[in-house]
Design a protein around this ligand. Structure first.
Ligand SMILES: [Zn+2]
Length: 172
């Protein structure tokens, strides 16, 4: 785990379980399983799961869809005082959207060693060069979140080798 990620608690794990349930919906639809829940106080104000293939939209990551639905529900593109729970560390695109939305805190499950932008590869959420910084907690239910992704890719590889097709998938 990266230094500087804030501590977690039972409440974080409870919301992460909800994000995991959303990630499973993505897997059921053949999408890379990532789920996201945006919470303010004790209220869910937005949620989403990864669906770039189904939506034919390269920006349809779980975090973006959760932010969009929350902004419409709240009637404000700034989602101050909210916490985003997401099963996989946000990519640079999603981290940028999180900064634009002024989200106070980001809690993620599995770290992403390829494109993670919450401290693993990039640290966009805590960059002093941007005009907003979020508190970051990583590694919450990381085993469950990572296992869901590994199982998904293992199954896809099995399909690919059975058909001789090349299977190339990009994660959250
Ligand atoms: Zn993303």
């Amino acid at each position: 785990m990266s230094d500087g990620w804030a501590a977690t608690d039972d409440r974080d794990r409870s919301w992460m379980r909800r994000a995991l349930a959303l990630a499973r919906r993505a897997a059921d639809a053949g999408e890379v399983p990532v789920g996201a829940v945006l919470v303010r106080g004790d209220e869910v104000i937005g949620e989403g799961w990864n669906r770039p293939i189904g939506a034919c939209d390269p920006t349809a990551h779980a975090e973006i869809l959760a932010l969009r639905s929350a902004a419409i529900q709240v009637g404000n593109y700034r989602l101050v005082d909210s916490t985003l729970y997401v099963t996989l560390e946000p990519c640079p695109m999603c981290a940028g959207a999180i900064v634009h939305a002024r989200i106070a805190r980001v809690v993620f499950g599995a770290a992403d060693p390829r494109t993670g932008a919450a401290g693993t590869v990039f640290d966009l959420l805590r960059s002093s060069q941007l005009n907003h910084r979020a508190e970051v907690t990583g590694g919450v239910l990381a085993e469950d979140c990572g296992a869901l992704l590994r199982e998904f890719f293992r199954a896809r590889r099995a399909v690919g080798s059975a058909t001789g097709a090349e299977v190339t998938i990009s994660a959250g």
